[in-house]
Ligand binder design. Structure first.
Ligand code: ZN
Length: 245
């Protein structure tokens, strides 16, 4: 059930938010902000698992994160495009939950879906603010226009240079535990079957080391122990220089 939230974290695949910006979601929930989760596809083209398994995994992860809701727009994994239908689907959710901040996929990444989804979300956030673009909610009523004040793109696989980082010190262990909800995506390294299971870029033991090394790298330059990196299309600005760490 969609409710109003401060932050809407959007991923084209269930697990994108967890892998890249879960620490940020956790720290903001602890600071009293509300967060909703929106998946565009069920990740049905992924090498491992299937749509049904991944849906359950995503719901388990959302509960562990403390999200207010998690919805899925059932776009076609890999084959979704920037169409009117897809833009309207996202606008319907934006207008229903009225987030001030949207977290979206990386502008460019190893997986081509990520960059395409980033553009689709940015477009939907813009058009959602236009009064004459009408959409109806689940109750059939006309929805009020809504434009989030910012879209921040979380950095996932590629080593993009962040425009800012968010301190996630103290949250890495919980982030890793939440990622483990996606049991179908990771090999059980202790199992005898490990050698026979399908391998993907994220299924190996080295992947968790990569995630923590990345958080250390993003943190180091800002003086935090651990951080997650983001890009933003416009200049990030502050009124008070002391807000910057
Ligand atoms: Zn992905």
């Amino acid at each position: 059930m969609i409710s109003e939230v401060d932050i809407l974290a959007i991923g084209v695949h269930p697990d994108d938010v967890e892998l890249s910006s879960c620490g940020t979601v956790l720290t903001h929930i602890d600071q009293g902000y509300t967060v909703g989760l929106l998946d565009l596809t069920r990740g049905e083209l992924g090498t491992r698992g299937n749509a049904e398994i991944r849906t359950q995994e995503a719901l388990d992860a959302a509960e562990m994160m403390g999200a207010k809701f998690r919805v899925n727009l059932d776009m076609q994994d890999g084959l979704f495009r920037n169409t009117e239908e897809n833009i309207r689907k996202i606008i319907g959710v934006l207008r229903a939950c009225r987030p001030k901040i949207v977290l979206a996929n990386a502008v460019e990444d190893r997986h081509p879906d990520h960059g395409r989804a980033a553009k689709l979300v940015v477009d939907a956030c813009f058009y959602s603010g236009l009064m004459k673009l009408e959409t109806r909610g689940e109750d059939g009523e006309l929805q009020e226009r809504w434009r989030p004040q910012a879209v921040y793109h979380y950095i996932q696989d590629k080593n993009l240079k962040p425009d800012f980082v968010v301190d996630i010190t103290g949250y890495l262990e919980k982030k890793m535990a939440i990622i483990q909800c996606y049991r179908s995506q990771f090999n059980d390294h202790e199992s005898n079957e490990y050698a026979k299971e399908a391998k993907t870029p994220i299924s190996g033991k080295d992947f968790m080391d990569f995630l923590s090394a990345k958080a250390r790298g993003f943190g180091r330059e800002a003086g935090f122990e651990l951080a997650e990196g983001f890009n933003v299309a416009r200049y990030p600005g502050v009124k008070d220089l002391f807000v910057l760490k």
